[in-house]
Design a protein around this ligand. Structure first.
Ligand code: SAM
Length: 281
């Protein structure tokens, strides 16, 4: 996507999610539909059980029906899109820059018989390839973290939302006072330059004239989730080394330890941000 020598955050995210080890790792460890933090009823719960709960929780905050046009930014394997299409009959457009994930998404969606409702589009959420006022709902889970220009992403979202449209998303974020020494190894795991925060998103919405941003802090689940991902990877170590290579899995386990530690020390945040364009002044 970028022709200059220096890779942008967008290029890094695309290379990362297109790479075979990352694709296999996320597909197998997360369970094939979702790649986001789950909501855990207990700390030993399976990742596949916990993952859909946050999708259900987000959907319950919206008035969805067969007329609702939803845009899912950074849609991964399309688990949320299929849920929204199947349960509510929504028309969902998945925007994602990873061709590898998009292929899996298209094939899973076809298999589920939902290809009449779910459309997969390759593209970058910093430059959303749709006209102004196109969607009733913009949805995103743990994806905006990959942008180095999150202000622009929020601006783009507000642009493509219809009047009264809603933006609902989760993101991996930092707390206000997270020390730089803690943040560096956390960022390195998924090749990031920075993290957003609840305060950052509320402020960004305010700058765009949106005064009604609400947040639901669910940060405790982030620590449980990365602990579960680490345990699962360790339990299936030989199988995952065979598939992804030893270097990838050892580096991943090390990176996950930093996320668990930072989460336990209250340096990371995660939860739902929800805003409505109707209050733009
Ligand atoms: C952690 S995964 C989450 C996937 C999906 N939302 C889910 O919850 O299962 C992050 C996703 O963001 C996508 N992504 C990252 N940067 C992007 C960008 N600039 N434009 C579009 N998609 C992007 C990745 O390809 C990946 O699908």
């Amino acid at each position: 996507m970028n022709t200059s020598f220096e890779k942008t955050a967008v290029d890094k995210a695309q290379d990362y999610y297109n790479s075979a080890p990352a694709d296999e790792f996320y597909f197998k460890i997360w369970g094939g539909d979702h790649i986001h933090v789950g909501i855990y009823n207990h700390p030993q719960e399976a990742i596949k059980e916990a993952s859909p709960r946050i999708v259900h929780m987000m959907a319950s905050k919206l008035n969805l029906n067969a007329d609702t046009k939803v845009l899912d930014l950074g849609s991964g394997y399309g688990g949320a899109a299929r849920y929204l299409a199947k349960k509510y009959g929504c028309q969902v457009t998945c925007l994602n820059l990873s061709e590898t994930q998009n292929e899996r998404n298209e094939s899973l969606t076809k298999k589920a018989g939902l290809d009449g409702l779910v459309t997969v589009v390759e593209g970058n959420f910093e430059d959303i390839p749709f006209p102004d006022n196109s969607f009733d709902v913009v949805w995103s889970q743990d994806a905006i973290v990959h942008s180095s220009n999150r202000e622009l992403v929020v601006e783009e979202v507000v642009r493509v939302l219809k009047e009264n449209g809603e933006f609902i998303f989760t993101d991996l974020m930092q707390t206000f006072d997270c020390p730089k020494t803690i943040l560096k190894p956390v960022l390195d795991r998924i090749h990031l330059d920075s993290l957003g925060s609840f305060g950052f998103y509320v402020e960004q919405a305010r700058k765009l004239g949106v005064r009604n941003a609400t947040v639901l802090d669910l940060s405790e689940h982030l620590t449980t989730h990365y602990q579960r991902v680490m345990e699962e990877t360790q339990k299936r170590y030989d199988e995952m080394v065979e598939i992804c290579g030893k270097e990838y899995i050892d580096t991943m386990i090390q990176g996950l330890k930093h996320w668990v530690e930072a989460g336990k020390n209250d340096h990371l945040s995660w939860g739902i941000v929800h805003l409505n364009k109707s209050v733009v002044v």
